[in-house]
Each structure stands twice: as structure tokens, then as C-alpha cells.
Design a protein around this ligand. Structure first.
Ligand SMILES: Cc1cc2nc3c(=O)[nH]c(=O)nc-3n(C[C@H](O)[C@H](O)[C@H](O)COP(=O)(O)OP(=O)(O)OC[C@H]3O[C@@H](n4cnc5c(N)ncnc54)[C@H](O)[C@@H]3O)c2cc1C
Length: 398
């Protein structure tokens, strides 16, 4: 049988009853939740997965894809009363189709909508949440700086200086998702008054907001990341009243790090899908690759990593529901699961042989994207150190 990428992607038609949710976590959702998840999964598989390859090759974010995600209700997951498990399985379903689009939705919910809802003023919520909820407006979460990545908590150098009629914000940000296309920026800055970390909601049309695309990137190529220069003045109403120290940032990062754990689940579902379909279709030595012991071992490695990851995230969702998730849990989810996803990505890529190097066959695309999720939201090492601090009570950062 001649193997094509399209057959791999569509699962060839003869493996269609197979689903990578090996623990059947979706069965724990309500009937309504299961039905909604299935609709989102089908949409993602039919309209995002294959279509994202060209956008990835061209390093382009197709806005109609983002708008369609809004129409599916994915801009308001953190506000619509969905259970943590439902939200997680939706994030996995999106990540299974494309990790960049999953990043757009995850950051939007966890760090943009979540921050405005939890820390914003009544006026900010009223003005921005309706359009954010429908994904008609998009935000950029501006924390990392050119000179401060891992040490941002102590090092944050962008300043907010009180003026007669508001604030003057000066500094630079780096790696900011959607920084060039967002409607609003949530800018974290240090008050020149008392050194505290504050946050400001600033329309990106404000004079003195200047963003350049960071390109070319080798991972998350659809997600647009920006380097931003800031020298702008805003009124007092731009300040988020609930953001008064770095603890406000940490609160958001706890749930966004857990979300990256779900991305690792979805990425590994994709990798198992891709490697399994390929192994069933591709013949060598007159037999399908999937009939060789070493290939089955590779599939079993990915399935094992995926299943451990999914089980971990189901328990993470339970802790979130019980309001007992610590930063250590979230860092463990983020670091351990992206480490497993990296191993799964290398293993899947190998199963595809030479085709494992072509974005068209997807394994290489997922593998490159996994490198980015291994590093953002705090690098692997930094999340290990956060967990280490929680385990020992001793900070080993410096
Ligand atoms: C694709 C992508 C999207 C992103 N999106 C956003 C966004 O939307 N908003 C935003 O604010 N930020 C964003 N980031 C920034 C991201 O959070 C940072 O890249 C990350 O925190 C690491 O910072 P850095 O790149 O400056 O690396 P550095 O801090 O320079 O680290 C370099 C290396 O040194 C290691 N290291 C540093 N300190 C220590 C230590 N004490 N002990 C041991 N090892 C250490 C790190 O683990 C890493 O391996 C994004 C990044 C990427 C790549």
C-alpha cells in the first residue's frame, strides 16, 4: 500500500473507532459536557489539524481560525462555569490539532480573561470582557523582558511612574504572544513609588506601544510572538486594582502552568495518533511497520507517557476543583509532562523515518512545538526549582 500524509492525517478510514483518550477521562463529564467536547474535537480534527500545517510552514496566524474558536465558545472557558476537567480536555483536544492555536486559546483564558476578571476594575471588566469572551478582542500578556526571563519576579525592570494625571510606563517586553496583533496589552511594571509590581490594561493603539514580530521561530510557528518597546502615558483607570505585587502574577501562572500540562497531554495524543496510523499504513520488508516489535515498543512508550500525563492532569483538575492546587503541583505538571512530551515527540518522529522530518507528516511539527511549551510559562529547570522549593522549604534559584 502506498502511504500518503493525507491518509496518516485522516487515520486512513480503517482505524476510525480508535481514540487516544486511553483512560476514557471524557466519560467522567456530564452528557452535555461529553457532547460539547466531541463537537470541539471534531471541529479541531476536521478544520484545524491539517489546515494548520500550511500556516505553520508560513509562520502565519490565520485570524479566521481564531474567530472560529470564538464561535465555538472557547474564549470564555474560564467564565462559563465549565468544570476543570472539561476545560482541560478541551485544551488537550485543541493541542492535539495544533499547539499554537491551543496556546492562543489557553493564554487568552488563563492569563487575559482570567486576569481581567480577577484583578480588573468593574469598568475594565464591563468594557473588555464581552469582546474578549467572544474572542473578537484579543490580549497580550506582557511580563517577560529582554533582560529578565527566569528572574522576572525580582528583576522586572519596566517602570510605572505616577504622574499628575495617571502613569508613565517605560521599558521593553520580549516573547509576548499576540503582541503585534492584540487589541489590548496587560503590562506588568514596577512602581517607581514603592517598588511593587502593578498591572495596566492598555489598548495597543496607545501611542508609545511599539511591537515587532520575533521571526523566524522554529516552534509554535503559528503563534505570533513580539518584542515590545514601551514609552506611554495612561490614565489612572488603566491600572488593575487587584494587581498589587508579584503574588498577583503567580496566582495566574499557577493555573496557566497546569494548562500547559493539558497541552502536553494533547500533544502526546497527536503523537500517538500520528505514529500509530503511520505504523499501520507504511510497509517495509513486506509487512506494516506496526508489526515489528521495536515499533510496537515505541508506540507503547508514547502511550505510557500519554497515559501517565492524562492521569496526572485528571488529578490536577480534581485539586483545582477542591481549591487545593499548589504552585508545586502546577510546576510539576508543567515540567514533568512537557519532559515526557519531548520523549514522546522524539519517539514518534523516529517511527516516521525520513517522513518524520517533514511538517506535512506532522510529527516534526508537533516535536518542534513541544520544544516551545517545554520552555515557556517558566522553563523546565525553573519549574523544577519551584517544586524543589516547595518540597524542601529552601530556595535554590541563586
Ligand atoms: C514561544 C514562547 C512564547 C512565550 N510567550 C510569552 C508571553 O506571552 N508573555 C510573556 O510574558 N512571556 C512569554 N514567553 C517568555 C517565557 O516565559 C520565557 O522565555 C521563559 O520564562 C524563559 O526566559 P528566557 O527565555 O529569558 O530564558 P533565561 O531566563 O535566560 O534562561 C536560559 C536558561 O537558563 C536556565 N536558568 C535560568 N536561571 C536559572 C537558575 N537559577 N537555575 C538553573 N537554571 C536557570 C533556564 O532554565 C534556561 O534553560 C514566551 C516564550 C516563548 C519561547
Amino acid at each position: 500500500m502506498t502511504h500518503t500524509a493525507a491518509e496518516t492525517a485522516s487515520d486512513g478510514g480503517h482505524h476510525t473507532d480508535w481514540h487516544p483518550d486511553l483512560l476514557r477521562l471524557a466519560d467522567r463529564l456530564t452528557a452535555e459536557g461529553q457532547e460539547r467536547l466531541q463537537r470541539i474535537e471534531q471541529y479541531a480534527q476536521q478544520h484545524l489539524r491539517r489546515q494548520s500545517i500550511e500556516a505553520w510552514n508560513q509562520e502565519r496566524l490565520p485570524m479566521p481560525m481564531v474567530e472560529a474558536l470564538g464561535e465555538l465558545g472557547l474564549g470564555e472557558l474560564v467564565l462559563d462555569g465549565s468544570s476543570q476537567l472539561f476545560q482541560g480536555l478541551v485544551h488537550a483536544a485543541l493541542a492535539r490539532a495544533d499547539l499554537s492555536l491551543s496556546s492562543v486559546v489557553g493564554i487568552h483564558n488563563e492569563l487575559i480573561v482570567g486576569t481581567v476578571e480577577n484583578l480588573g476594575s468593574a469598568e475594565q471588566r464591563e468594557q473588555w470582557l464581552p469582546r474578549l469572551r467572544s474572542l473578537q478582542a484579543r490580549g497580550a500578556f506582557c511580563l517577560t523582558e529582554p533582560e529578565h526571563g527566569s528572574d522576572i519576579a525580582g528583576g522586572l525592570a519596566t517602570t510605572a511612574e505616577p504622574t499628575a494625571d495617571g502613569w508613565r510606563i517605560r521599558g521593553a517586553k520580549r516573547w509576548i504572544g499576540l503582541g503585534t496583533v492584540a487589541d489590548i496589552a496587560l503590562i506588568w511594571a514596577r512602581s517607581t513609588d514603592d517598588g511593587q509590581i502593578l498591572c495596566f490594561l492598555v489598548p495597543t493603539s496607545t501611542p508609545g506601544y511599539s511591537a515587532r514580530l520575533i521571526t523566524p521561530k522554529t516552534g509554535l510557528r503559528i503563534m505570533q510572538n513580539a518584542e515590545i518597546d514601551l514609552d506611554l502615558t495612561v490614565g489612572p483607570e488603566a491600572q488593575l486594582p487587584g494587581a498589587r505585587s508579584f503574588a498577583s502574577v503567580s496566582h495566574g501562572l499557577r493555573s496557566s502552568r497546569a494548562w500547559v500540562g493539558w497541552q502536553a497531554v494533547g500533544a502526546q495524543q497527536a503523537l500517538l495518533d500520528i505514529a500509530r496510523s503511520y505504523a499501520l499504513d507504511r510497509q517495509q520488508f513486506g509487512r506494516p511497520l506496526g508489526s515489528f516489535q521495536l515499533i510496537q515498543s515505541a508506540l507503547a512508550t508514547i502511550a505510557g507517557n500519554l497515559t501517565v500525563s492524562a492521569a496526572f492532569m485528571a488529578e490536577t483538575a480534581r485539586l483545582q476543583e477542591e481549591n487545593r492546587l499548589t504552585m508545586g503541583h502546577a510546576s510539576m505538571a508543567k515540567a514533568t509532562l512537557t519532559r515526557l512530551a519531548r520523549e514522546s515527540a522524539a519517539t514518534a518522529r523516529e517511527v516516521l523515518g525520513g517522513n518524520g522530518l517533514l511538517s506535512e507528516y506532522e510529527a516534526a511539527k508537533v516535536a518542534a512545538d513541544v520544544e516551545a511549551i517545554y520552555t515557556y510559562e517558566g522553563t523546565y529547570s525553573i519549574n523544577q526549582l519551584i517544586l524543589g522549593r516547595e518540597l524542601t522549604g529552601v530556595s535554590a534559584f541563586v
